[in-house]
Design a protein around this ligand. Structure first.
Ligand code: GCU
Length: 395
């Protein structure tokens, strides 16, 4: 191209403008469009669910399928075998307050396998079997350092142990590297290559959630762990994953979704902060191909994210925000949680949530619902974890 400098500048400005226009994000509450949420209790046949049996047998499976087909992709569960190898056996840790186990979970299908490395601290003094918080780690592996040379607020294992909880973590890259060019290289190419050919096939977030369920399989075999008290936790992209994992796998006793934002716990139809077109452009490998149809067409989605949270019902669920993290739409997150109430009501569970979002650093913690908007940035900190523990002590 032979453009003079002025023409080049004009071309650049034009391009930048188009680009920004395509991905303009709204942070102005007065510009949130009017919207109607799809009715969580209304079946595809138009019947309004009035009891938990119809919810469990009709509406819940319908919604799961809609999320699979339109957003997160299928969740294949067939495999040939699973093996657990304890590579580190009960090593005393944390001044004797815990033991460290490191377990390699291998899952085989058609003679191929994937390995998930689990880091697990079990409290020595507390009740056995111990309840456990399982972190889906989407940050650097050093955040879950088994040697504890590095102690990260992202996973304050000592705090969990002090409170009688086991602390477990695995890294997402064992299932799917968080990268658009290499995400298929672990679980997808090895165990489920057929998923890669389908428009509603599993992608990275589905693969990470699948991994959480394989850790759950392991917990069911470990006598030190109470497999009925496994709380799955994720932050941000990991928080989108913890919701999808808990929606799919009812064995998780509770779910924590921290700052999960768009295609996590925040309502899509508000179109506030990150939008579907933007997440699909930046992270095309997180969600299935069909999801691309909803770029700039939030209102055409047959679901919204309150329905994903509702799939955790009647189990306890905690969602959070951070005050400076408008990208993840704090208000839209609270409203999504609030909009799950009709489903919990089928189980005679009262949410205890206020009508409007609580103020910054004013956690609302009830028997089944937790919510807070922490002062500060997009992150998961000791403040967040201390509240998750308070919440978990209630069930
Ligand atoms: C990006 C992305 C978010 C995601 C976040 C994270 O900001 O747009 O959707 O939640 O990364 O995972 O930290």
């Amino acid at each position: 191209m032979d453009l003079n400098p002025m023409k080049r500048l004009l071309t650049f400005l034009l391009f930048a403008n188009v680009f920004n226009g395509a991905f303009a994000q709204n942070y102005d509450e007065s510009k949130v469009p009017a919207y109607t949420l799809p009715d969580v209790l209304k079946t595809e046949a138009g019947k309004v669910v009035a009891d938990k049996k119809t919810w469990e047998q009709v509406r819940r499976p319908e919604l799961l399928k809609l999320f699979e087909d339109n957003i997160y992709g299928q969740m294949p569960t067939a495999f040939d075998s699973i093996r657990y190898k304890t590579v580190q056996v009960d090593k005393p840790a944390m001044d004797g307050k815990a033991v460290l186990k490191q377990v390699e979970i291998s899952v085989f299908r058609n003679k191929k396998s994937v390995q998930i490395s689990l880091v697990l601290f079990v409290p020595t003094q507390a009740r056995k079997p111990a309840p456990v918080f399982l972190l889906i780690n989407n940050r650097g592996k050093d955040n879950t350092d088994p040697t504890r040379a590095k102690k990260s607020e992202f996973w304050p294992a000592e705090m969990l142990i002090e409170n009688g909880y086991a602390a477990a973590a695995f890294h997402v890259s064992d299932l799917a590297p968080d990268n658009k060019d290499t995400y298929t290289s672990a679980l997808l190419e090895k165990l489920y290559p057929e998923q890669l050919t389908m428009d509603n096939g599993m992608k990275a977030i589905g693969a990470w959630a699948w991994g959480a369920s394989r850790v759950m399989d392991y917990f069911e075999t470990d006598k030190d762990i109470n497999a009925k008290k496994v709380i799955v936790v994720g932050h941000s992209r990991g928080g989108k994953t913890s919701l999808w994992a808990a929606a799919q796998d009812k064995r998780f006793a509770a779910c924590v979704s921290n700052c999960s934002g768009n295609t996590g716990a925040a309502l899509a139809r508000r179109q506030y902060g990150e939008r579907i077109s933007r997440i699909n452009a930046t992270f095309p490998y997180w969600f299935n191909n069909n999801y691309k149809k909803y770029n700039d067409r939030e209102n055409d989605l047959p679901v919204d994210q309150h329905m994903l949270i509702a799939l955790v019902a009647p189990r306890p669920v905690y969602v959070t925000n951070a005050s400076k993290d408008l990208w993840a739409d704090p208000k839209g997150t609270f409203l999504a949680l609030k909009a799950t109430e009709p489903v919990y009501t089928l189980y005679k569970i009262k949410s205890g949530l206020p009508q409007n979002p609580p103020g910054i650093d004013m956690p609302v913690i009830g028997s089944h619902f937790g919510y807070h908007n922490r002062e500060g940035e997009h992150n998961m900190t000791n403040y967040d974890w201390a509240n998750f523990i308070r919440f978990a002590k209630g069930f």
